[in-house]
Design a protein around this ligand. Structure first.
Ligand code: HEC
Ligand code: HEC
Length: 276
């Protein structure tokens, strides 16, 4: 006879200990949800669930390994490439952090009208400028050039609240992302919500479960020994529950990115965050 294990018992098996959110360290990066329909009572950055040493590495720009990629992207900004012989700086401005202010906190979103109108995250927008405007090769997802430039765009908004639009045309992406968030996947038959909504604050093996917020991405991870995109993280979480992950940069994960961003609507951008 087949035996079924309930989700609660899987999570109970995986989780030990348990900290009430109120017992977390000082300097709490916590904000109120955007409205009463929001599923969480309080929005807490993943920063708050990491050990002091990891937090200290994030706090110190000279120690934070993600800052190296930012430096490289600052140089890349004015490098002319492609058939048009143009650099980002030719169309945007010489000061990348200034010209990208107010941009990173609003993605993913629809950009441009006409034939080019599409729902994009920062990575896709950067490649759109490269291929359509510079006549340059697209950068590969999760490679240093792309990660660095994505960090740059997000970092220009560091400290600014996540501010994504979920109405109008974005609504269908939002709904798709929400559906994914509550869908059980993989051999463990678990949904994102089982860990990041029902069990944040608890331990899963040695890991202190957070709300799975995305305000620190791209993020430097000790486990990766490098920086990774939010889609790479989604992939990792899906693999952990032994599910077949969706493809990075494509519609499913874009939808999930919009939905998870909204779950952190108002949290300050931390990019590049440091996690274990
Ligand atoms: C079995 C439990 C589990 C499930 C299910 C799960 N995750 Fe995670 N997730 C983790 C753990 C453990 C971590 C690392 C510690 C932490 O931040 O919670 C993590 C981290 C994350 C982070 C990084 C948070 C940060 O601050 O850097 C994001 C984003 C995330 N998960 C999203 C998702 C999404 C989206 C899904 C559903 C597709 C999902 N997770 C499903 C366990 C899970
Ligand atoms: C030939 C001109 C041109 C070049 C070169 C160019 N862009 Fe753009 N870019 C634009 C235009 C036009 C837009 C759409 C209008 C806007 O939002 O500023 C845009 C939009 C963007 C946006 C979205 C801004 C927003 O408000 O949502 C980002 C991010 C961006 N570009 C990044 C880059 C990066 C990084 C490079 C270099 C790798 C680059 N662009 C090169 C013309 C260019």
């Amino acid at each position: 006879m087949k035996k079924f294990i309930s989700i609660t018992s899987i999570v109970a098996l995986l989780c030990a200990g348990g900290y009430a959110a109120a017992e977390l360290a000082d300097g709490y990066t916590k904000v109120d949800p955007p409205n009463a329909e929001h599923p969480l009572d309080e929005l807490i950055s993943g920063y708050q669930f990491r050990k002091e040493g990891t937090q200290a590495t994030q706090d110190d720009d000279f120690e934070n390994p993600g800052m190296l990629l930012l430096d490289q992207a600052m140089d890349q900004w004015s490098v002319a490439e492609g058939s048009e012989g143009k650099a980002c700086s030719d169309c945007h401005s010489d000061d990348p952090l200034e010209s990208m202010q107010g941009v990173g906190s609003t993605y993913p979103k629809f950009t441009e009208e006409g034939d080019h109108r599409a729902f994009r995250n920062i990575e896709n927008q950067i490649n759109h400028c490269r291929t359509e405007r510079m006549g340059a090769k697209p950068w590969k997802y999760d490679k240093p050039d792309m990660l660095g430039m994505t960090i740059l765009v997000r970092h220009a908004d560091r400290g600014e609240p996540v501010n994504v639009a979920i109405d109008g045309d974005a609504e269908s992406y939002f709904e798709r992302g929400k559906e994914m968030y509550y869908t059980r996947y993989g051999q463990l038959d678990m949904a994102c919500s089982h860990c990041h909504e029902d069990n944040y604050g608890n331990y899963i093996r040695a890991d202190h479960l957070s709300q799975g917020q995305t305000n620190g991405f791209p993020t430097y991870r000790l486990k990766w020994q490098g920086v990774g995109s939010v889609h790479r993280r989604f992939k990792g979480c899906m693999k952990n529950i032994r599910a077949e992950p969706y493809k990075v940069g494509e519609e499913d994960f874009l939808s999930l990115e919009l939905y998870t961003s909204w779950r952190g609507q108002g949290l300050p951008i931390e990019t590049p965050a440091v996690r274990n």
